[in-house]
Design a protein around this ligand. Structure first.
Ligand code: RIB
Ligand code: CA
Length: 324
């Protein structure tokens, strides 16, 4: 039976790669997509998400618009990475589909509750600043408790990008990440962190992009090729990561990623370190017992530390090819 999943996105070139995988792979049942401001302003994120679902023949999947701003921070975007429209400036026609009338948090609540009532709790895959998920935890804790598992793209044990300390999704809304990690402990929801330590592993070459481009004109092949060609050019490289899609691939092929169960906390106040995920890799109990800070509340996080990048990249390409 296909695994019920919800993606929370700030589409985004690599969010689009994740949506392609989640809509096309037979092991996954994409129940809903929720949008948050991040890589681009919320309206662009919603439009881009509808465009991807339409290209993949998945326009029936409900798309909810959520938070346009983080809980505290002023919004900053990453259009210098993802393009002016937030998704590779492909110039495709506007999507025909419409956003769901429910706010993203209500769409999350209803989708989670229905799946739980069916006896198949959803796997929630946040691939963006976790503002919507934090609002769910505060507004509808009983629904948050019904989540089967959270696999989020964010943070890093040893790698950062938005600042010298922090990864973009967590840096954009550190309080939201802290709230979600705490709520996952309080409601006994398992959490996997797919951070920057593995994020750049799965790379798509320009030759892969040529294979995909030959598959269709306005479908997942052309879309995947356009996304990867844009990002390769933007980063002046001969390949590009599928980024967020790796967190979805982990659900399909968990053996491609090595994780360790480690305490994780989020720095909320450091001038140069705000938004850093502090992954506690110490292994001597004496140090930990004498730590004046004590251990993080979230000691249950499965942190992805290594990945078979080519294996995951091949899964993404083969899934698109297999859909033709
Ligand atoms: O730091 C990488 C993350 O920030 C990815 O989710 C990317 O889409 C951006 O949201
Ligand atoms: Ca993202």
């Amino acid at each position: 039976m296909a695994l019920p999943v919800i993606l929370d996105v700030d589409t985004g070139v690599d969010d689009a790669c994740a949506l392609i995988l989640a809509t096309l792979h037979p092991d996954l049942d994409l129940r809903a997509v929720t949008c948050v401001g991040g890589n681009a302003p919320l309206p662009d994120v919603v439009r881009n998400t509808l465009t991807v679902l339409e290209a993949c023949g998945a326009s029936a999947v409900p798309v909810g618009a959520g938070a346009s701003h983080p809980l505290l921070e002023r919004p900053v975007d990453a259009r210098h990475v993802h393009g002016d429209d937030g998704m590779a400036d492909l110039g495709w026609p506007a999507p025909r589909g419409a956003v769901d009338p429910r706010h993203a948090v209500d769409l999350l609540r209803e989708t989670i509750d229905v799946a739980a009532a069916e006896g198949t709790p959803v796997t929630l895959v946040p691939l963006a600043p976790m503002t919507n998920i934090a609002l769910l935890a505060r507004m509808y804790p009983e629904s948050f408790a019904r989540i089967g598992r959270i696999v989020f793209m964010g943070g890093g044990a040893m790698v950062s990008n938005a600042t010298a300390s922090a990864e973009f999704n967590v840096f954009h809304d550190p309080e939201a990440t802290a709230i979600v990690l705490d709520a996952s402990v309080d409601h006994d929801v398992s959490v996997t962190m797919y951070g920057l330590d593995v994020f750049y592993g799965p790379q798509i070459t320009l030759a892969d992009a040529d294979e995909l481009a030959a598959l269709d004109d306005r479908g997942p092949g052309a879309l995947g090729a356009g996304l990867m060609r844009f990002m390769s050019k933007r980063l002046t490289s001969d390949s590009a990561t599928i980024g967020d899609a790796g967190a979805v691939a982990l659900l399909i092929d968990p053996g491609a990623v090595r994780t360790e169960r480690l305490p994780v906390r989020v720095e909320l106040s450091g001038t140069w370190t705000r938004g850093r995920t502090i992954v506690d890799t110490r292994d001597w109990s004496g140090d930990m017992k004498h730590d004046p800070h004590g251990l993080a509340h979230a000691q249950h996080v499965e942190v992805a530390l290594e990945i078979d990048g080519p294996r995951v990249a091949r899964l993404w390409v083969d899934t698109i090819k297999g859909a033709h």
